[in-house]
Design a protein around this ligand. Structure first.
Ligand code: HEM
Length: 397
């Protein structure tokens, strides 16, 4: 029995490892090395690397470490949308933007959003599985993630093909950031390629900016008089932030429940759904690395981090220190919810991500039948490791 459980955990780990390596080999190497490092280490070329959850949170809560400047993701956005857009990532403008949208991201709003936008898709998924169909869950969640973010923004997505196209443009745009581990400076040809993808993502923004109501993010951008260009930047940011990470957590959690055999515990006790959601997010940590620019000399855990350097929090390594996927694991206080970051930039869509994973698991377990993974293909060369396809069906229990 114990041997069987250990083998299932080993199998689940191998599938996850394959997924990470296929998505981004350099990231995979960094995370593998990271597992052997101490809590905070300085590496040649890369700068400071942190693998400890408490130290990671300490840095993410400290304004001496910035998203803007070499090493921070704001640096990438500044190169695409200009210095004014980069200013959204820090200080008063950042706080102003977050408060613009706060009420749209509460637990209640997230529940309403997910039930309204994703509910019909979940009902269809349940019916297809009940009819014995093999369903590609990766395709389903690409569609639901894209519709959800489009709804928040107020941009129109005509049909499922358009939703898939939106997701694909976001995935390709994010993939342009592959290889920015050593430097966040983008080559001119990368910036040109990004321009085409931004156009594809923001095709409906002008209409939505001019006519969107106050219940849409773009309508609120207009009321703040942000201007069309900055609104396009924010749209691109939200589409990137809200689609791939969510989709990755959805398919990988369902695969983990299958591979570890723990779907049977969940089927037997639906009260474990909250734990399964938290464990899925912890073990998959879809944003596996968070980078920051060091804006001023700061001592952290006895080490002096010098101004203008960079620091990478290997959140995937930090989150996984608590152990393998386990639906009976209690909340881990050291980790908290580091998979959503921490501090000023804590994921705005955290409630949406949690609710959509909850609803998906409720859908899969509703008929009390376990699922079987028929085939799987990891996505290649993507910023967020994920399944390109995860085909499953439900079977008699
Ligand atoms: C499982 C799914 C998700 C994960 C793991 C995740 C993870 C993260 C992380 C780690 C950050 C902080 C990045 C940093 O500090 O550099 C972040 C920020 C953000 N996320 Fe998420 N995210 C998820 C889903 C979503 C969704 C569904 C949305 C929107 C609908 C969203 C919107 C955002 C936004 C707007 C930010 C920027 C917040 C700021 O800078 O103030 N995320 N996310």
């Amino acid at each position: 029995m114990l041997r069987g459980l250990v083998t299932q955990q080993g199998q689940a780990r191998r599938y996850e490892a394959r997924l990470l390596r296929a998505g981004n080999p350099a990231l995979w190497t960094l995370l593998t090395v990271g597992r052997t490092l101490g809590p905070i280490t300085r590496l040649p070329r890369l700068g400071w690397v942190v693998t400890d959850p408490v130290i990671s949170r300490r840095i993410l809560n400290d304004p001496s470490f910035s998203m803007v400047g070499e090493g921070g993701v704001g640096d990438l956005w500044g190169q695409l949308f200009g210095a004014e857009f980069a200013s959204f990532f820090s200080g008063a403008r950042h706080a102003e933007l977050r408060s613009l949208a706060r009420d749209m991201f509460t637990e209640d709003s997230a529940r309403q959003l997910v039930d309204r936008v994703q509910g019909p898709h979940h009902a269809r998924l349940r019916a297809r599985l009940a009819a014995g169909e093999v369903v590609d869950l990766a395709a389903v969640v690409r569609v639901t993630s894209a519709y959800t973010v489009a709804d928040l923004l107020g941009v129109a997505v005509a049909d499922d093909d358009a939703a898939l196209a939106l997701f694909a443009s976001a995935e390709r745009l994010a993939a342009l950031a592959l290889g920015t581990q050593a430097s966040t400076a983008l080559a001119p040809e990368v910036i040109a390629k990004a321009g085409g993808l931004v156009d594809a993502i923001t095709g409906d923004v002008e209409r939505a900016y001019r006519s969107g109501g106050p219940d849409t993010l773009l309508g609120r951008c207009r009321d703040l008089d942000l201007g069309l260009d900055l609104a396009k930047g924010l749209t691109t940011l939200l589409v990137i932030a809200g689609t791939e990470t969510g989709a990755s957590s959805l398919t990988r959690t369902v695969a983990l429940l299958h591979d570890t055999g723990q779907q049977h515990r969940l089927l037997a006790d639906p009260e474990l759904t909250g734990n399964a959601v938290r464990e899925g997010l912890r073990v998959t940590t879809p944003a596996p690395v968070i980078g920051r620019h060091i804006a001023r000399d700061t001592e952290v855990a006895g080490r002096m981090l010098r101004r203008d350097g960079r620091v990478m929090m290997l959140t995937y390594v930090a989150d996984n220190k608590a152990g393998p996927f386990d639906v009976t694991r209690a909340y881990v206080p050291d980790t908290r919810q580091l998979w959503f970051g921490a501090g000023r930039h804590l994921c705005l869509g955290a409630a949406v991500a949690r609710v959509q994973l909850t609803r998906l698991l409720e859908t899969l377990t509703a008929d009390g039948r376990p699922w079987q993974v028929v085939s799987r293909v990891p996505a290649r060369r993507v910023l967020v490791p994920t399944y390109e396809s995860l085909r499953l069906r439900t079977v008699a229990g």
